[in-house]
Write a protein that binds this ligand. Sequence first.
Ligand code: AHR
Length: 511
Amino acid sequence: MAFSAHIGLENDLTKATVNLHTKFQIGTVDDRIFGGFLEHLGRHIYKGVYEPDHPLSDNDGLRSDLRDALNELGVTIARYPGGNFASGYHWENGVGDRSSRPTVRELAWQSTETNHFGTNEFVHLCKKLNWQPMLAVNLGTGSPEEARNWVEYCNLDAGTYYADQRVQNGDEAPLQVPVWCLGNEMDGPWQLGHVPVDEYCNRAQMAAKMMKDCDPSIELVACGSSAPRMPTYVEWDQHVMRRLGPDLADFISLHRYVGNSEGDSEDYLAITKSVEQQIESIDAAARTVAARQDTGRRTYLCFDEWNVWYRARTRKDVDGAGKFAPPLLDETYNFEDALVVAMFLMSFIRHADVVKIANIAQLVNVIGPIKTNSDGVLKQSIYHAFRMVSSRKGGQALRQAISCDSYTSTSHGEVPYLDSAAIINGDELKFFAVNRNLTEAMDLTIACADRPSSAFNDGELLSDTDLNATNTWESPTHVVSKPLSDVKLVNGQAHVELPPQSFLALSLQLG
Ligand code: AHR
């Protein structure tokens, strides 16, 4: 049933106007902001994307129901093999004949790792799902040379030792991995091989030089701070960018996990204000370094881990106790989490000039938009928010002049009720909006100064009266988007009514 946005809430209506001009552009929205992340963790790889014994699985161990759900999610690039796992991973354990790959005790999540899924399997999965591969090298317990050898294994034509190994393992053509991360969260004491910043820079500099010497076309992501709460936040990032420079650090990484631990939903919905600040702080650091180095080049931002994660954080949730593929980080998402995920993505769009890659962490079973069991796949609430934006990718982000009411949140100060983003692509204007108001509907006007809206193409609305609503195996479609049927066009302006606590994605034709 189509959802009409005009549902007669005239008594409780706030007004918001977004003024746009199609020439006032921020930058191209990089398709790679719709990235995902797969880690050898819990039931993500084994009993997740690699389930060779499942009746629905193809020859590569991918279930057809999961493949369909992943395809629809619209992920563009996938980071692998971790995360914390990457800092203890030796890639050579995961290539070649499966029967001779070692089973090891891995130390990031205290689980048993069979290495049955590795580099070739991951890149094959990427090809199947139309994802660009993005690999994170081990700068914790691994060596810079091991990282360089991995680049040769993946990206070089046959004729040298590691590239020839790839060919022997069945992949004649190079695997073409364009983006590589120089370790993971090396500022964090929990990280295997965590070191002070100078020591990290020594390792990263050595690895980066050899990796780029091996394949100059690759782009590298240096480890930034793992969260704004870290004691070395921003200083670490600035130091790394200064030491590596934009030639070795094409990107600096940002990570962020958020949640509603206090049960304060108004405050929780304001949290993306601090995500915005995080982007702007690291961008400022990058610009400062670039100004001092004066090379005409700069390091860009790669938000390569982000999501909601606060429930599945007890010891039991993060400690595999020596088991193979134990259920870890098994977060169940509710409707308010979906609104937050939508706002993360809108933040990336609004910073299209500097955020070039972003990876939702993670994809399947582990803090994922998708869960699997032996009978099927479950699309969690956040799945729908992500898909509503990723399915409208492509174009230039537009600046917005917004007038709307705001509220005072507990920890993020004054926050506008409307959170929105706009993308122009030829004659099409794509628009996204969250109404943070928990009680009042919003009368939203979208006014484009230089080009009138001539038609409403399509739209979807994600809305629920219960912020705690979830999709469950028993009720898998409780939180899903509904088609939006009613957008009024008056004098070239679009008028939509957004219910309280809702997310809207729509496309307008411009005259
Ligand atoms: O995504 C889960 C973990 O969160 C990752 O392994 C790590 O990088 C981060 O701390």
